[in-house]
Write a new protein. Structure first.
Length: 1013
């Protein structure tokens, strides 16, 4: 254990050791938890001593709650101290420790509630695990006796119960009550934003400083933004709830009085169920009786071919080889089976696959990205307010007035529209994608779609349709491909209703759909368990198709090359069936028609070889073009499947991936690799075959560990854990996709995987829109703070009061930023191509802030020579608002943005021109001269801001030096360093740079930079 601890610490990890007798490991661990044993010596070197593992679980479970309690306690204490300090300012009414006491009480209450929640959570208890597949049906029945069920109710009783249930629903949980609860929950989530305490303290400070109206205005802005964002979130979640409603499959119970149909949720262990062709298995069950049963287990194991089932026990078999078991979410494709239910709900193999332990997802979503910007902007906002107060004091302004000005500027500089911008942008992107056939289950993941470096695909059901087709034919001597298909079609039984009972029959029938059907009096032998062939007798013509080892053994005069052809087709990943015929005499035909046994006897000898057919899974029509488009966009592709390596490599080649033998990695190979070896494997490999759900999670985690943003696309229960582990989990809607649907952030509806490109592009566009909106918020606030500082330096007080600053925020920040967040983004030089570009944002903020401050200062100083101070302040207000609105139009000229800008300016004009309202805001109506001064300076500043990117580009190009030989072009998507003459790993699909030939890339939150000397 000591070596393991040291190795993990060398990798930079924080290591916790839980042990009762490992003193050296406990002493070197970052956190040491010692277990007390009955008579042993206590491990005194541990940091904590626990009585048992239950106590350890309780400690670990309480850590997140303790962290949240500490953070909130610090926020509340700091806020209370600041408010208490304001009581010491001369002119402020009230004294005493009230704010500090209230803050301490709030912190204690918060900690108490969080601690109570952590302590009241039940300790998980492991359930007893039985190897049902290793037990006989009788042993299973002894462990799970059939549960007692009430007699089947009459139709009248069912109708009465249904009526009573319907009438009780509104009384118990009516829609208004549920809606209110959802709205309150969403509002609490919005108010948990780090900006909320700042605005709340600002509102309280305004009230303490003698301006309750300002406090009400600040509180109204906070509440309005939060309510709007919460209502948008609830609306989107209710819509998604309707679209994502999971269809519960029915279950057919075998009872003493026949059959009884119930919902799968009502099935209990011990129930006896029957599953017929085309039905989804409702629970895990041990087969008691099987009649020619074949199961499609692709949603669970990834195996694309149907799996035969029987009642024989399979001790020691892996999940994919347990032929005596039925598993939930799989589908019966042929035959029937009667089975004892062994596991239901979260205990089924499908649900366990969803909950495979995985690392915590990397932080995604605009909230995370915007919080980084907020953390940088807030100190500047507070510093601006402090500087305003300091300058006012230096100019001998009254302390009360100086503090009030500083508080007003600090509150006005807070970008309170950030949460609203994030919510609107994400919901708008989600609605756009829904129209494109992409359902966004977690809107916060849309932004991460634009940062995806590599996409991992499940094969079966995702890139393929999970439907067999005839892919290749090998003809016997003197036989054409047409004749091979015709003979195979004759040996195919007709449909049972709307479909064939066997997948092989369906594939052959589809390939021979244009051939004439057999005669109406033809006799058929379908595939059966223990009889791996089907046959038909049409007149005197006997046609047979089936397993090569059976059919070829019955052929006479067989060319030795046929067996080599079978081997070659199997090596190509095809499922091979042999086709043969035999001309019967009239007497033989009459004998054959006496019964199946007679016909089976004639099929076992004297056959003439016709040909071979190779069956393969059918790729989706858009799969090849999708993979090609991803490679053109320099997004890496990895194929992860449960299929045999040969099969997986064959379909990868068919989809256009140039796969070598070294790039195909099996599950056994993967397990044998070290941590470093696995990192090299995900870099160099393209196809990962025979992978279990745990392997898929490990591949995704390894890709993420190397610094890449990974998306996982799948449709089955075996993909669900990897979907959950990836930064962006993408599910493909299909039959049996409920586990993947539950785990996914994004769903591709109707199996349209080509819409993945729309999702990736929308992720790119989302951040462009948000970058423009954030630039409006931060740039405008920066200009306001700079103008206030200049005014304080010159006059001793801020030219704009609290109400005017709040008016500016509403007119030029919240509404225009919201309009930009939902409007199409313009592509410009600073538009990002791969997630957030913080450098571009701060560059734009600097330009906006400079232009805004220059326009307001120029207008204010110009008006000060000719107008009264109050009118000069109003002129500065109009110039500041107009400049910001003009710069907003530089980002987008969509009708919504133009309408918002014009409406905001018109509203501002009406407010300052209306007597009473104008005085309330501290303004005065302007005449022609005042309007000319304001609009003129705003026009000049906006023009200068529009020319700034071009001027900066010219300056940068003039200062640029000749590129050195070490200069490198960097991909905007994959983070891969490439020179124009060099390709990584000899392929354009490489994602991770080869350390031996490429300088490492340092990834930051917004972009990549080469770590070159």
């Amino acid at each position: 254990m000591l070596d393991v601890v040291l190795a993990l610490q060398r990798e930079g990890r924080t290591v916790a050791v839980i042990s009762s007798a490992a003193p050296q490991a406990l002493s070197l661990a970052d956190v040491a938890v010692g277990l007390l044993t009955g008579g042993g010596r206590p491990p005194w070197r541990a940091d904590l001593l626990a009585a048992d593992l239950a106590a350890v679980w309780r400690i670990m479970h309480a850590l997140p709650a303790a962290r949240r309690a500490s953070e909130r306690g610090v926020q509340l204490a700091t806020s209370a101290s600041m408010l208490g300090a304001l009581l010491m300012v001369p002119g402020v009414r009230g004294r005493g420790p009230g704010p500090v006491t209230a803050g301490a009480a709030a912190g204690l209450t918060t900690g108490l509630l969080l601690a109570r929640g952590a302590l009241n959570d039940a300790i998980p208890t492991p359930a007893t695990v039985y190897e049902w597949h290793a037990m006989s049906a009788e042993e299973v029945r002894q462990v799970l006796p059939q549960p007692h069920r009430a007699p089947k109710p009459s139709k009248s009783a069912v109708a009465s119960a249904a009526s009573a249930s319907v009438s009780m629903i509104p009384r118990l949980t009516g829609p208004p009550l549920r809606l209110a609860g959802d709205l309150v929950g969403a509002l609490r989530q919005e108010l948990s934003d780090p900006l909320t305490p700042i605005l709340a303290v600002g509102s309280a400070a305004s009230a303490l400083l003698g301006s309750p109206i300002d406090a009400i205005l600040v509180g109204s802005v906070l509440a309005g933004n939060s309510m709007l964002a919460a209502s948008q979130q609830v609306r989107a979640e209710r819509l998604l709830g309707r679209l994502l409603a999971v269809q519960v499959p029915p279950a057919r119970l075998v009872t003493d009085d026949g059959y009884r149909t119930v919902d799968a949720a009502d099935v209990r262990p011990g129930d006896l169920i029957e599953v017929r062709p085309g039905e989804v298995v409702p629970a895990d069950a041990r087969i008691v009786e099987a009649t020619d049963a074949e199961l499609d287990e692709s949603s669970l194991t990834g195996e694309s071919l149907p799996v035969p089932k029987s009642a024989n026990a399979t001790p020691g078999a892996g999940l994919g080889e347990r032929s005596c078991m039925l598993h939930a979410t799989t589908t019966m494709v042929a035959g029937t089976a009667v089975a004892i239910v062994t596991e239901v709900g979260d205990s089924t193999q499908a649900s366990r696959a969803v909950h495979v332990q995985s690392a915590e997802k990397s932080a995604v979503g605009l909230q995370t990205q915007l919080r980084e910007l907020t953390d940088k902007a807030l100190p500047l906002s507070l510093a601006g307010g402090a500087l305003v107060s300091g300058l006012s004091i230096l100019r001998l302004a009254p302390l009360h007035r100086a503090v009030a000005s500083g508080v007003a500027v600090a509150v006005a500089a807070v970008p309170e529209g950030m949460p609203l911008v994030a919510t609107l942008a994400q919901q708008t992107a989600a609605r756009r994608l829904t129209r494109a056939g992409v359902l966004v289950r977690s809107p916060r993941s849309v932004e991460a779609l634009g940062r995806v470096d590599v996409v991992c695909f499940d094969k079966t059901g995702t890139l393929s349709e999970n439907r067999l087709r005839v892919a290749q034919a090998h003809c016997g001597d003197g036989v054409t491909e047409h004749q091979v298909l015709m003979c195979a079609a004759r040996a195919t039984p007709p449909k049972n209703g709307k479909r064939h009972d066997h997948a092989t029959d369906g594939a052959v029938a589809e390939a021979a759909s244009d051939l004439p059907p057999p005669g109406a009096d033809a006799m058929y032998l379908p595939f059966r368990s223990g009889r791996p062939f089907s046959a038909s007798l049409d007149g005197g013509e006997l046609s047979v198709k089936g397993a090569p080892e059976t059919v070829l053994a019955a052929c006479t005069g067989l060319d030795p090359g046929v067996k080599r052809a079978v081997h070659q087709m199997a090596q190509a990943g095809l499922r091979v069936i042999a086709v043969a015929r035999r001309a019967l005499t009239e007497r033989q035909a009459q004998t054959a028609r006496r019964g199946d046994d007679a016909l089976v006897g004639l099929c076992g000898k004297g056959l003439q070889f016709v040909g071979l057919l190779g069956l393969a899974d059918t790729p989706r029509p858009e799969s090849a073009s999708l993979l090609a488009a991803l490679r053109r966009q320099q997004v890496g592709v990895r194929l992860i499947t449960g299929d045999h390596p040969v099969t997986a490599a064959a379909i990868a080649t068919e989809l256009g991936l140039a796969v070598t033998a070294e790039q195909v990695i099996s599950g056994a190979d993967w397990e044998a690799l070290s941590r470093r070896g696995q990192e090299r494997a995900v870099r160099d490999g393209l196809v990962f075959a025979r992978m279990t759900p745990e392997h898929k999670v490990q591949v995704v985690q390894t890709l993420e560990r190397t610094g890449l943003v990974c998306a996982m696309v799948g449709d089955g229960a075996n993909d669900a854990a990897a979907i959950r582990a990836a930064t962006v989990g993408i599910g493909v809607a299909s039959r049996g996709s409920d586990p993947a649907r539950t785990a996914a952030d994004v769903m591709l509806l109707d199996g349209r995987i080509g819409s993945l490109l729309d999702a990736l592009d929308e992720g790119d566009q989302l951040w462009r829109r948000v970058q423009a909106a954030v630039s409006v918020l931060l740039g405008g606030n920066a200009g306001e703070v700079a103008f206030s500082i200049i005014g304080c330096a010159l006059t001793g007080h801020s030219p704009l009061n609290t109400r005017q600053l709040l008016l500016v925020n509403m007119m030029t920040d919240a509404l225009p930023a919201a309009a930009l967040a939902v409007s199409p983004a313009r592509r410009n030089g600073d538009a990002v191509g791969h997630g957030p570009n913080h450098a571009a944002i701060w560059r734009t903020v600097a330009v906006r802030g400079t232009a805004t401050a220059a326009a307001a200062t120029s207008a204010w100083m110009l008006a000060g020579f000719t107008l009264t101070p109050r009118r000069a302040s109003t002129v500065a207000l109009v110039a500041l608002v107009t400049t910001q609105l003009g710069q907003t139009l530089l980002d987008s000229r969509s009708p919504l943005v133009v309408g918002t800008a014009v409406g905001s300016l018109a509203t501002l004009g009406a407010l300052i021109s209306t007597p009473g309202v104008s005085q309330l805001l501290g303004c005065t109506p302007l005449g022609p001269l005042g309007w000319a001064q304001a609009l003129g300076t705003a026009g000049v500043a906006t023009t200068a801001a529009g020319c700034a990117p071009w001027l900066l580009g010219r300056v940068q190009s003039s200062m640029a030096t000749t590129p050195s030989r070490q200069s490198t072009a960097y991909s905007s998507r994959s983070g891969m360093a490439m020179t124009p003459e060099t390709t990584v790993n000899g392929s354009d699909d490489g994602v991770i740079p080869d350390e031996a030939t490429t300088p490492p890339t340092v990834r930051t939150a917004g972009h990549e930079e080469p770590n070159t000397p």
